[in-house]
Design a protein around this ligand. Structure first.
Ligand code: IPD
Ligand code: CA
Ligand code: CA
Length: 346
């Protein structure tokens, strides 16, 4: 039975209600316990819960046993998570408009003399990073005033929404400041912790990459897939170096040298989101980097996966956009790349 019906019935009957161990996410709850209304009132969480329930009702299906004290393993809630493809399509349509709009903003500033500030020793931020971000956030705020936002330059911070927009308004800022034409806009939409829509726009080539969860990956509306290369010695790979290269323990320089001897070629183009999208459409066969941020990889990770590629941490563990290292490949080369990068056979 759909959780919405279950909860509506429970609330109407004033008998009992379901409470998640962590109120913020039923999905990630350790367990879900059926409690009596009076117990909830005692706990002082009645109103808060009902509010939460209204959100979850529309999002999840779960199996339900109606006895008080029942413990429903959270796996049941997880199994049948629902977000409409039509809804994802709408998010993608809007993200595409935002990314191309922001791309136009960036093109206006490209190859001009720019006002540049520094967030660190070699980490620049231009007036156009900020203009692009303001453009994107202002449109999201109008259309989805309740949605949360995580954007690189820090605007539009809102919390507590099942939806979160993760934005890099200009990926490739060093390139941009030098007139080196590889940079992009990256916009992802996360729903209850999963990236459901990813969009990357490259204004210099007018290339719009997008992917929806379980809906495939596209470049300018044409389906894309990763390469079929299986031999590392024939593979073209990409990587990058973080701004902390002067001080960090893991500089990637040693691995760069090691991989350069194994692969056919190695590139450092200067935009992690573009590297990943080019992996998704078969222009390169693998990519790795350290110390990237969630906004660098959120959209493109989904694009790679939906194009049939594999994304993990460098040691093969599952990757979250909050992890400090990433390995992405066409799948065929994953083990071979892991072996070179970790120095252990896989
Ligand atoms: C950078 C680019 C670059 C990568 C850096 C990132 P930014 O993002 O993605 O390719 O090597 O680690 O920080 O600063 O241009 O948005
Ligand atoms: Ca970036
Ligand atoms: Ca950036």
């Amino acid at each position: 039975m759909h959780i919405q019906k279950v909860l509506e019935e429970l609330v109407r009957e004033h008998t009992s209600i379901i409470i998640a161990h962590r109120l913020s996410t039923i999905e990630r709850a350790d367990k879900i316990i059926v409690l009596h209304h009076s117990q909830l009132r005692e706990m002082g969480k009645h109103n808060d819960l009902l509010k939460q329930m209204r959100i979850y009702c529309t999002l999840y299906k779960m199996q339900y046993k109606k006895q008080e004290g029942d413990i429903v393993p959270s796996m049941l809630a997880r199994q049948q998570r629902v977000l409409d493809k039509t809804e994802i399509r709408k998010l993608l349509q809007f993200s595409g408009e935002l990314a191309t709009g922001a791309g136009k903003v960036l093109r206006r500033g490209f190859n001009r003399s720019l006002k540049i500030d520094y967030k660190g020793r070699i980490n620049p931020v231009t007036e156009y990073d900020l203009k692009s971000e303001r453009y994107i956030i202002s449109h999201i705020s109008k259309r989805f005033p309740d949605h949360a936002v995580l954007a690189e330059e820090g605007s539009g911070a809102r919390e507590k929404s099942p939806f979160r927009w993760i934005i890099d308004p200009l990926d490739g800022t060093v390139n941009y400041t030098h007139g080196f034409p590889i940079y992009c806009v990256s916009i992802a939409v996360e729903f209850e912790g999963d990236i459901v829509a990813g969009t990357v726009y490259d204004p210099e080539r007018d290339e719009l990459f997008h992917a929806g969860l379980k809906m495939g990956a596209y470049l300018n509306q044409k389906r894309i897939k990763v390469s079929s290369e299986k031999i590392l010695q024939r593979a073209l790979l990409a990587t990058g170096f973080a701004y902390n290269i002067g001080t960090a323990k893991r500089t990637n320089l040693g691995l760069f040298a090691r991989m350069a001897k194994k692969a056919q070629g190695l590139r450092r183009a200067g935009s992690a989101a573009i590297d990943l999208c080019w992996l998704a459409c078969g222009r390169i066969d693998g990519f790795w980097e350290f110390y990237l941020h969630p906004w660098d990889t959120a959209a493109a990770k989904l694009i790679v996966e939906e194009a049939g590629g594999q994304v993990s941490r460098i040691n093969g563990a599952s990757y979250s956009i909050f992890n400090p290292d990433i390995l992405a490949s066409n799948g065929h080369l994953h083990r071979a790349m892991m072996t070179v990068l970790t120095g252990k056979a896989h």
